[in-house]
Design a protein around this ligand. Structure first.
Ligand code: FAD
Ligand code: NAG
Ligand code: NAG
Ligand code: NAG
Ligand code: NAG
Length: 504
């Protein structure tokens, strides 16, 4: 994601309101059911691995937790190696108020990697229409002059949404769970939040009094770099995306995917390198279990589980290859598809002429965002830092060979690479089924697919980010626990703000 374009100070209040997330507590226990003996999690991305961790917390040390992964632990958190250094190719930026991610890093003894300062500009295909300077007050003044009060309105809007969203940490710390993404959003921000998952961002912003010009020149470029899409995406994910360009962003030293492998160990989970091909219900007496069939390098197998969590997108376009068989009624194919984003990591010399700077020494930007312009073949270009930053690290100057990451919809052919780069040493391409292709009509998928069978990635249709998967993971672990122990008073409770104040 991008470095901050708007220097947005964060609300201290929000921080204060959220400090309670660390103290874990699982509601009143009136447990009578025998505990489950085996739980399966399919997918070892941040969603699956944090689910394993939270399941262990709630179900205790006895239960066997198996995590299936067909490819690499980390999923959409991954790195590529260039010139003996590793660089994030998928999810890269974490917000300072992403409290689950923070807590994981703390518990795992990992280190924060602060982002190295670098300036951002917006390119419209012909020229830079917005340039960040060294001087904060001057930037504020320029934004004010160019867009009027748009950006203050916007800042207040994002902060209000974040403040409400952060209630989730309190609810979860008190052990409350939700049976659907709608229930979860409703408890945080009422019908206003649910409506925000359905109406276009541009409509919400126009209604707020944000100018069309600000939407085109600032909001659009931010949506393009973060979600590869335009301002027609729903307002809720738009707000998630805007929170991602504030100050105080960080990443994990050594690579974000270290959180995933760390959580698997912390959870004492078994990692099975296997592709799960089908899941079907099996009744023995009145006990319902699930049979998972899977392929490994050495052949195929199957096993029975009491609880199953699917922590990978199930849409066709993602090709998880999981068949849900033998259910009545049968499952329909989930609507919607995932958006392709190509991440191209280039070691070379940026063609600053292309951006109107014939002399590379006069090109001061580390990040270039773009407006929605028909002929542009990329969404953003950024000079990127390795996942391990040594002391004394500095960004390369544009006249030197550096490492750049380009996001685009199509992969870049040679001609296009030659347009963006004067010359290059290496090119590494990662094609992601990156995040949902957001429309405003597909609705939010279910969390509970069947008794004791859960689906994590529906939350991405409200907003796709590491923290969103972590919030969903905690919710599913709590939900699975309460369902197993028939604690209905801990699920979908109304008026939680009030209840929590009166609970001691
Ligand atoms: C280019 C890009 C940039 C991004 N930038 C950011 C960012 O800056 N900040 C941020 O917070 N988020 C960002 N995101 C989003 C973030 O990466 C994702 O929301 C998050 O990583 C999703 O995690 P997950 O565990 O839910 O899913 P995934 O990471 O997709 O994990 C699913 C796992 O399941 C495995 N799997 C699938 N099917 C099977 C099967 N049948 N059997 C066994 N295993 C299976 C897959 O191999 C995969 O490892 C970005 C994403 C992309 C692609
Ligand atoms: C959300 O939409 C519903 C139905 O259109 C409407 O009744 C409700 O008032 C809206 N909520 C808010 C907070 O705007
Ligand atoms: C945004 O993109 C969608 C899908 O590509 C398209 O249908 C829509 O018209 C675009 N909206 C704007 C405001 O450009
Ligand atoms: C990068 O950082 C990780 C985590 O701190 C560490 O384990 C690893 O050894 C480091 N690698 C290098 C090459 O410094
Ligand atoms: C760089 O950009 C300029 C301006 O668009 C273009 O004329 C030139 O061909 C590009 N490539 C190189 C290698 O300079």
């Amino acid at each position: 994601m991008a470095r901050p374009l708007l220097p947005v100070p964060l609300l201290v209040l929000v921080l204060l309101a959220a400090c309670s997330a660390a103290g874990e507590q699982t509601g009143p226990a009136h447990v009578d059911a025998a505990p489950p003996s085996k739980i399966a999690v399919v997918g070892a991305g941040i969603g699956g691995t944090s689910t394993a961790h939270f399941l262990r917390q709630h179900f205790g040390p006895e239960v066997q937790v198996d995590v299936f992964e067909k490819a690499e632990v980390g999923g959409r958190l991954a790195t590529v190696t260039v010139n003996h250094n590793d660089y994030e190719s998928g999810g890269s930026i974490i917000h300072s108020l992403n409290l689950h991610m923070q807590e994981f890093v703390k518990q795992l003894g990992l280190k924060y990697r602060r982002s190295v300062a670098g300036k951002t500009a917006v390119f419209n295909g012909e020229e830079m229409i917005l340039e960040e300077t060294d001087w904060y007050l001057l930037d504020l003044f320029r934004l004010w002059w160019r867009y009027g009060i748009s950006f203050i309105r916007l800042q207040m809007w994002v902060e209000e949404i974040m403040e409400k969203f952060m209630r989730i940490y309190k609810y979860q710390a008190h052990g409350y769970a939700f049976s659907s993404v709608e229930e979860l959003l409703d408890s945080l921000g009422g019908s206003g939040f649910i409506n925000m998952t359905r109406r276009p961002l541009s409509d919400s912003l126009l209604e707020l009094g944000v100018s069309q010009r600000f939407i085109d020149e600032v909001i659009g470029p931010i949506m393009r770099v973060n979600y590869g899409q335009n301002v027609s995406i729903p307002a809720f994910v738009g707000a998630v995306s805007l929170a991602g360009v504030q100050n105080n962003l960080w990443a994990v030293e050594g690579g974000n995917k270290l959180v995933c492998s760390g959580l698997l160990k912390l959870a004492n989970a078994n990692l099975l390198q296997a592709h799960v091909t089908s899941i079907s219900p099996v009744l023995s007496g009145d006990a319902l279990q699930y049979q998972l069939s899977f392929n490994t390098e050495s052949g195929s197998g199957s096993d029975l589980y009491d609880i199953v969590v699917l922590a990978t997108p199930l849409q066709d376009s993602v090709e998880s290859g999981i068949n849900l068989e033998g259910f009545t009624p049968p499952f329909d194919q989930l609507p919607g598809s995932y958006h392709r984003t190509v991440a191209t990591v280039v070691h070379g010399y940026l063609n600053t002429s292309f951006f109107g700077f014939p002399d590379p020494r006069l090109f001061p930007f580390a990040n270039v965002l773009t407006t929605d312009t028909p002929n542009l073949f990329f969404n953003s270009v950024a000079s990127i830092c390795p996942v391990n930053i040594s002391t004394g690290f500095r960004r390369k100057q544009p006249q030197e060979a550096g490492i750049y990451k380009v996001f685009s919809l199509q992969s870049l052919d040679k001609a296009r690479l030659k347009t963006l780069f004067r010359s290059y040493y290496s090119v590494q391409v990662t094609e992601w089924q990156a995040y949902p292709r957001y429309g405003s009509s597909q609705g939010l998928p279910s969390v509970e697919l069947h008794t004791n069978l859960y689906y994590l990635n529906g939350i991405e249709w409200a907003g796709s980010a590491m923290e969103m998967s972590s919030v969903a993971a905690k919710n599913i672990a709590l939900l699975a626990y309460h369902r197993w122990n028939r604690q209905t008073d801990m699920v979908d409770q109304k008026d939680l703000m009030h209840r929590i104040k009166t609970e001691l």
